[in-house]
Design a protein around this ligand. Structure first.
Ligand code: HEC
Ligand code: HEC
Ligand code: HEC
Ligand code: HEC
Ligand code: HEC
Ligand code: HEC
Length: 275
């Protein structure tokens, strides 16, 4: 690869020199040499999905950007080539910005490494539902579920095992104590948030790629989804006196829910304590 690059480079220069000569001879406008150190199309942003574009090349080299730094500089500002990566990759840290290879609004998919954006794809799944926070609960930190590198070059970021390695701690971490992730059918069981608490639905199985709203309706994590009213759905199977279901939940859980069973303060729901 190196030798061929040099040959290309040298022949490129030669071509330039020859083009220059012919210009002198017959004063024709020189044709710009199409030959580059890289193949044709390597930097052609109108052909981003072409196999010749540098995305594919970088993927086949297992995202080893050191290969590029040798000529384009450790800061990607051009190095010996004078061609900066940062002119296009203009976010902080240039090509090493977290969203270059995956993510967009944050480092988490979508998009995933293959460019997928659909929530039904394993690597995309329910990321943004957890990260943005919503009507039900507060945002969940990345490292609740798996390790997150501080920097591109950190150990364990790009490693020999494909896919993110989901934590499977048994007792050590509150939100995932005894949680189980099944990578073959992408399901989580026994996470605190989805039922692993006193009065919760201990064995609720959540599918990471499920896009139906039934997976987060009242009754999934505590109570019983098959019941008729929202109050009955959300009412925990154990822990309350039967009389509590006839009362307004808001009488006691005033910081969390209102009398229409709407969560009024997501940061206090599924936050690890009964409010
Ligand atoms: C052997 C030295 C060398 C290596 C290694 C190298 N490049 Fe280059 N690159 C160059 C040179 C020289 C140019 C200048 C124009 C040309 O010949 O294409 C260039 C140009 C480019 C351009 C076009 C820049 C522009 O503004 O049009 C891109 C994109 C690029 N390189 C990407 C990469 C990527 C990605 C890697 C790592 C996978 C890489 N290069 C590795 C030498 C190198
Ligand atoms: C002419 C503009 C341009 C230059 C210069 C350029 N890139 Fe890119 N690069 C792109 C575009 C466009 C994409 C594709 C983004 C997309 O698919 O949305 C891309 C994609 C990438 C990716 C993502 C690969 C993946 O699998 O998603 C990496 C890494 C990368 N470039 C590194 C570099 C490096 C390193 C250099 C400099 C050596 C460089 N680029 C120079 C435009 C450029
Ligand atoms: C040049 C491309 C590229 C850039 C830039 C990049 N990543 Fe990654 N990232 C990858 C690849 C490839 C994987 C899959 C690695 C694997 O499965 O071993 C990955 C995996 C991950 C994972 C899953 C980790 C695991 O194995 O458990 C997280 C989290 C992550 N990246 C976060 C980040 C963050 C945060 C940044 C910015 C500091 C970042 N990435 C920048 C390519 C990149
Ligand atoms: C609720 C749990 C959860 C949270 C929070 C979470 N992830 Fe993930 N992440 C997953 C799961 C599940 C996968 C898919 C694992 C698999 O493929 O088996 C994954 C996969 C990934 C991948 C691999 C993408 C690929 O193409 O293979 C990256 C990168 C990633 N996550 C980044 C992040 C970042 C960055 C954050 C925080 C901003 C984050 N994740 C937060 C559960 C989570
Ligand atoms: C009379 C006051 C009262 C009413 C009314 C009430 N709760 Fe509770 N709730 C409590 C108390 C006290 C706890 C804490 C129990 C404990 O620590 O074990 C609790 C705990 C919970 C929990 C956590 C799981 C558990 O069983 O500990 C959920 C979920 C819950 N309530 C939902 C509801 C819903 C839904 C309603 C309305 C249908 C409701 N509650 C009505 C007092 C009440
Ligand atoms: C994603 C799982 C999940 C869903 C879906 C869910 N809850 Fe909860 N809920 C929890 C958890 C976990 C707790 C335990 C207390 C805590 O951590 O805040 C809880 C507790 C409660 C409580 C007790 C007050 C407190 O401390 O938060 C009420 C009331 C409640 N939920 C109502 C509802 C209603 C109404 C719905 C439907 C709109 C609903 N829940 C749907 C996970 C869920």
């Amino acid at each position: 690869m190196k030798i061929t690059s040099i040959i290309f480079f040298v022949s490129g220069l030669l071509f330039l020199a020859l083009a220059g000569c012919s210009e002198l001879k017959n004063s024709k406008t020189p044709v710009e040499p199409a030959m580059t150190v890289h193949g044709i199309g390597f930097a052609d942003t109108t052909q981003k999905s072409s196999a010749n574009f540098h995305t594919k090349y970088i993927q086949t080299k297992n995202y080893d950007l050191k290969l590029c730094q040798s000529c384009h500089g450790t800061d990607y500002a051009g190095g010996t080539t004078g061609q900066s990566c940062n002119s296009c990759h203009n976010k902080p840290n240039g090509p090493e910005n977290c969203t270059t290879c995956h993510g967009s609004i944050n480092a988490a998919p979508p998009k995933d490494l293959s460019g997928n954006t659909a929530r039904t794809v394993r690597a995309v799944g329910a990321h943004q539902k957890h990260l943005i926070g919503g009507t039900l609960g507060a945002a969940v930190a990345c490292n609740t579920c798996h390790k997150v590198p501080q920097k591109f070059g950190d150990a364990g970021h790009i490693d020999a095992t494909p896919h993110a390695e989901i934590y499977t701690d048994t007792t050590s971490a509150f939100y995932r104590s005894n949680a189980v992730y099944n990578a073959s059918n992408v399901t989580c069981t026994n996470t605190y948030c989805h039922g692993n608490f006193n009065g919760g639905n201990l064995n609720a199985v959540m599918t990471w790629t499920d896009t139906s709203s039934t997976s987060v309706q009242c009754g999934t994590c505590h109570g019983d989804v098959t019941k008729a009213t929202l109050k009955e759905k959300a009412f925990p199977k154990t822990g309350h006196t039967a009389a509590a279901v006839t009362a307004d939940c808001a009488t006691c859980h005033v910081a969390v829910v209102n009398s229409s069973m709407t969560i009024i303060n997501p940061s206090r729901h599924a936050n690890g304590r009964i409010d």
